[in-house]
Design a protein around this ligand. Structure first.
Ligand code: DQA
Length: 147
């Protein structure tokens, strides 16, 4: 059982980019924590980052039926991308939208999310721990489905 964890634009700079907002952990640190948690939950993780919208869409297509769930931090595409929304609407598995910062406390343009229209659940403001919590929730949903 695989959980797809996707990261959108600029998240490759995590840890160096606006650390007062996003913290000092790098994306590699986040990936390591997700892998630890997944191992504990008996899940495997596919972890990707891209600055390109089409690449994120292609990964969503690849896993839209076969994953236990998808955790996605779409970065700024959250607020702009109907194409990512459409891809997520084609998913038959739970989709957790995950933001490191509390987007609702920030600029007004971050308050609207296209992605939320397709999301099973939304996390914001949990820092990088949000990924781990999202992963635990996917595991929980997956177990419930199997019962
Ligand atoms: C973000 C919030 C977005 O508004 C922003 O464009 C990002 C990161 C977050 O994780 O808090 O790139 O998704």
């Amino acid at each position: 059982d695989t959980v797809l964890i996707l990261n959108g634009p600029n998240l490759n700079l995590l840890g160096r980019r606006q650390p007062h907002i996003y913290g000092h952990e790098t994306l590699a640190d986040v990936e390591a924590r997700c892998r630890e948690t997944a191992a504990e939950l008996g899940l495997s993780v596919v972890f990707h980052q891209s600055n390109a919208e089409h690449q994120l869409i292609d990964w969503i297509h690849e896993y839209r039926v076969d994953a236990a769930g998808i955790v996605i931090n779409p970065g700024a595409f959250t607020h702009t991308s109907v194409a990512i929304l459409d891809a997520l609407n084609a998913c038959e598995v739970p989709v957790i939208e995950c933001h490191i910062s509390n987007v609702h406390k920030r600029e007004a343009f971050r308050h609207h999310s296209y992605v939320s229209l397709a999301a099973t659940a939304v996390m914001a403001g949990f820092g990088t721990h949000g990924y781990v919590l999202a992963l635990r929730h996917v595991a929980q949903l997956h177990r419930t489905k199997g019962d």
